[in-house]
Design a protein around this ligand. Structure first.
Ligand code: GDP
Length: 444
């Protein structure tokens, strides 16, 4: 996971500095240099990196720091804020509304991940209570309709397409009309790609746009092209005036960070990012959450949303988080849900601190570690599970008993409790925020 490597490098640079005994200007310069180096390696544009460098330096301004100011916190905040700015498109995308037909048209080059992503997106909305469907207007690539059919069937999404009609404009119009009559709320139209940005493709895109009048046109772009993303999005923008971008393949791509920052620089909203080949590998893109996760600080909101979309039994934990509470039992339930939720490496990144703890482990090692954490919880009494964890500090002998009972070490029990503390603090901070989030989701 190359983006994770980038996060780890940045984190290490900040941690080295904040741990160093001489937190002086020279050490600070060294940290800024390391961060910039890591960003350039991830194919972020040199000019953007230079701007970030200047901004971090001026927001910390070592020579003029008031005495007593917490340098460590100041530096961490400056780095975080500047990284967020780097990936923030500063523009809000169109938000589909419930109770009306929202037509979303996909455009992009062949192989970018359009067909895969439109099914992922339809499923994403379906999981949030929208009536969603797919229209295959890709009559250019043989097998495109079959691929969409297969994906849609797997995701249980209704679809429309034709094996005999060769005019993509007709198929698009017929499909959209049919689904509008049937009161579908999210109608996603997949269009054909080409190998290159050629005139035929652009002409076709414009004709389909005129025929179906989409509420939103989304360009799907392969994240592995790195900073070339800027030129590609500009070329498309000149023809099909799309409102938002989805960047795919940010999981394997060395240049995922480059693509995201390049697109952000064009002020085009990035609505989602593709993080793998599986149907669930689609994440809503939000600059702050993205950077939090990149730096191993977790993405609790993303986790909550993801868990909600899976419709797992989460009532108690959700209620607790809304009240600012997070018990050891909540952690245990989350851990066992994670095991059900897809590739571990991805899920772990959403939990504050857990991504770092599992850093470098493959999915098998990670599962083993999670299982041991669950064994630990299973050796606890009901009272311990429903506690806020303080009783372990008051009576450390409890940890020895649990380690013995679960066949683990006291160190592992301590690690689990540290993990719990991080999450309980997050829950405290999220109090109230959850209720708002649920309200916002209902309104989407
Ligand atoms: P299209 O030609 O634009 O419709 O592209 P496809 O949807 O057929 O995707 C091309 C390839 O990219 C397929 O093998 C997909 O499984 C793969 N793909 C799409 N999105 C992602 C992603 O986010 N991560 C990874 N690793 N692969 C992806």
């Amino acid at each position: 996971m190359v983006l994770q490597d980038l996060g780890r490098k940045i984190n290490a640079a900040v941690a080295d500095l904040t741990r160093s005994p001489n937190l002086d200007e020279k050490a600070f310069e060294g940290m800024v240099k390391d961060i910039c180096h890591a960003l350039i390696e991830a194919d972020v544009n040199v000019k953007l990196v230079a701007t970030l460098r200047k901004s971090i330096k001026s927001s910390v301004n070592f020579s003029n720091l008031a005495p007593g100011v917490n340098k460590k916190r100041l530096i961490q905040k400056a780095v975080f804020d500047e990284l967020v700015k780097l990936v923030d498109p500063h523009n809000e995308p169109y938000k589909p509304k419930k109770g009306k037909s929202n037509v979303i048209m996909f455009v992009g080059l062949q192989g970018a991940g359009k067909t895969t992503t439109c099914t992922k997106l339809a499923r994403w909305y379906a999981a949030r209570g929208f009536k969603a469907c797919l229209v295959c207007a890709d009559t250019f690539r043989a097998g495109a309709f079959d691929q969409l059919k297969q994906n849609a069937t797997k995701a249980k999404i209704p679809y429309y397409g034709s094996l005999t009609q060769t005019d993509p404009v007709t198929v698009a119009r017929e499909g959209v009309d049919k689904f509008k009559k049937e009161r579908f709320e999210i109608i996603i139209v997949d269009t054909s790609g080409r190998h290159r940005q050629e005139k035929d493709l652009f002409d076709e895109m414009v004709q389909i746009q005129e025929a179906v009048r989409p509420d939103q046109t989304i360009m799907v772009m392969d994240g592995s092209i790195g900073q070339q993303a800027e030129a590609q999005s500009r070329a498309f923008k000149e023809t099909a005036d799309f409102g938002a971008i989805i960047i795919t393949k940010t999981d394997g791509a060395a240049a995922g960070g480059g693509a995201i920052s390049a697109v952000a620089a064009t002020h085009t909203p990035i609505v989602f990012i593709g993080t793998g080949e599986h149907l669930l590998d689609l994440e809503r893109f939000a600059p702050k959450q993205f950077i939090s996760k990149l730096l191993g600080m977790g993405d609790m909101q993303g986790l909550v949303e993801h868990v909600q979309s899976l419709k797992l039994d989460q009532k108690d934990t959700m209620k607790h988080i809304a009240e600012g509470v997070f018990t050891v039992r909540d952690l245990r339930d989350q851990l066992s849900n994670i095991m059900k939720m897809g590739p571990l490496s991805k899920m772990a990144g959403m939990i504050p601190g857990l991504g770092n703890m599992m850093g470098g482990m493959d999915d098998e090692e990670g599962s083993l570690k999670l299982k041991r954490m669950i064994y630990i919880c299973d050796s606890m009494t009901e009272k311990e599970l429903d506690s806020n964890g303080l009783l372990f500090t008051e009576q450390p002998s409890r940890m020895t008993r649990i380690a013995r009972g679960s066949g683990t070490s006291v160190r592992e029990v301590e690690d689990l409790l540290t993990q719990h503390k991080v999450m309980a603090n997050m829950a405290k901070k999220m109090k109230g925020g959850m209720a708002n989030m649920q309200k916002a989701q209902g309104a989407m």
